[in-house]
Design a protein around this ligand. Structure first.
Ligand SMILES: Nc1ncnc2c1ncn2[C@@H]1O[C@H](COP(=O)(O)OP(=O)(O)O)[C@@H](O)[C@H]1O
Ligand SMILES: [Mg+2]
Length: 356
């Protein structure tokens, strides 16, 4: 390990990610293109999230009746649950055009000022990953959202002055995976906040059947059920697994996407019946087999599975914790009873185990 060049390491990490990325909730550029075809275009087509959908539908209808731009909308929730899709639907339902940018894409406040000052009346500005906006841009945004004004700075240094520019009414749709990171003054400027939650399996089944229709592949209900149950409550993952099952069906099967095809395909891709992949399982195996269920520190655990601690913490752990398979204690990670059961192992006697 020590004599490896950094580039080699990078490559190694990328390879591992590539091999194990089937159940990661975020998307790369290639996948985003594939996703575009599957996006629902209206609130009626948007599956699940009944509460957010109802509330949003009211906000939009009221705005349409008044003939005015609706309040700014904040969408929060984990990756892959439909935030970008909803932003597009909001614009579509308003018959408005959509401008898209993101927190990380805005390097300087001036970049945001340029976007804002070019907005036309009624436009929807989608600000993805809004929690990653730099502070000066954030402050500019407060004023624009509240007073529909942007102060354009002309000149440099001591001679610089700010010329206020009035903006036409528009709507900001902000999306964030980390609502807690948004400063309160920014959060307060959104008239409506919708929180997206993980989907139930029957909702994912509907997502899958809809996608299969669009892709024109023969997916059976049983297969949809099987794929849904391994999709971690996330439509993006469901759609991705569907594409991989289609690959299998076309190459090794007879083209039909039935239960047998779904099971065989997901076995090839090492996505198990709970939606765990190889990394997830090796973390569980290490915890149970090598460390007797823990507690064990993150770094030690990461070394045991041959990964960076950050990978274990950000890629594998959130889902394992959410599923009640792994617990975090002040003394380290512990395997919970469901972890032993999932691996088909018997936990050591309760007295020997430390559950905090
Ligand atoms: N409620 C839903 N109904 C149908 N498809 C959905 C739904 N939510 C998300 N999807 C699909 O999942 C994929 C990821 O959604 P996206 O809006 O990009 O998620 P986010 O922006 O929250 O990461 C898209 O292809 C989208 O079509
Ligand atoms: Mg998105």
């Amino acid at each position: 390990m020590a004599e490896r060049h950094e580039e080699d390491l990078d490559e190694l990490v990328t390879e591992r990610f590539a091999a194990q990325s089937l159940v990661r909730p975020d998307a790369d550029a290639v996948e985003r293109a594939a996703e575009a075809a599957l996006r629902p275009r209206s609130l009626d087509e948007f599956v699940g999230q009944r509460v957010v959908r109802d509330q949003l539908s009211l906000v939009l209808q009221a705005a349409r009746r008044r003939g005015r731009a609706p309040d700014h909308v904040l969408l929060s929730g984990p990756p892959g649950l439909g935030k970008t899709t909803l932003a597009m639907i909001i614009a579509a339902e308003l018959g408005a055009s959509l401008r898209v940018t993101s927190g990380p894409a805005i390097q300087h406040a001036g970049d945001l000022a340029a976007v804002l000052s070019s907005l036309e009346e009624g436009e929807v500005l989608f600000l993805d990953e809004i929690h990653r906006l730099a502070r000066p841009a954030e402050e500019l945004l407060y004023v624009a959202m509240e007073d529909f004004r942007v102060d354009v700075v002309v000149g440099k240094g001591a001679g610089a002055s700010a010329i206020p520019l009035a903006l036409p009414p528009f709507t900001v749709v902000g999306a964030t995976t980390r609502a807690g990171l948004l400063p309160a003054p920014l959060r307060d400027r959104f008239g409506f906040t919708g929180h997206l939650d993980f989907y139930a399996d029957d909702e994912l089944e509907r997502v899958l059947l809809r996608s299969a229709g669009l892709l024109d592949v023969p997916l059976t209900h049983q297969a949809a059920h099987e794929i849904a149950s391994r999709s971690r409550g996330t439509p993006r993952i469901a759609n991705r697994l569907l594409r991989r099952v289609r690959d299998w069906a076309e190459v090794r099967g007879d083209g039909s996407l039935d239960l047998a095809a779904a099971r065989a395909a997901l076995e090839v891709y090492e996505v198990d019946r709970r939606g765990l992949d190889r990394l997830d399982r090796s973390v569980l195996e290490a915890l149970c087999r090598r460390f007797g269920g823990g507690p064990v520190g993150l770094t030690t655990l990461a070394v045991a599975v041959g990964e960076e601690p950050e990978t274990v913490e950000t890629v594998a752990e959130p889902f394992l914790v959410r599923e009640g398979l792994v617990g975090r204690t002040p003394r380290g990670r512990v395997a919970l009873p469901a972890a032993w059961a999932h691996l088909g192992l018997t936990p050591p006697s309760e007295t020997g185990t430390l559950f905090a």
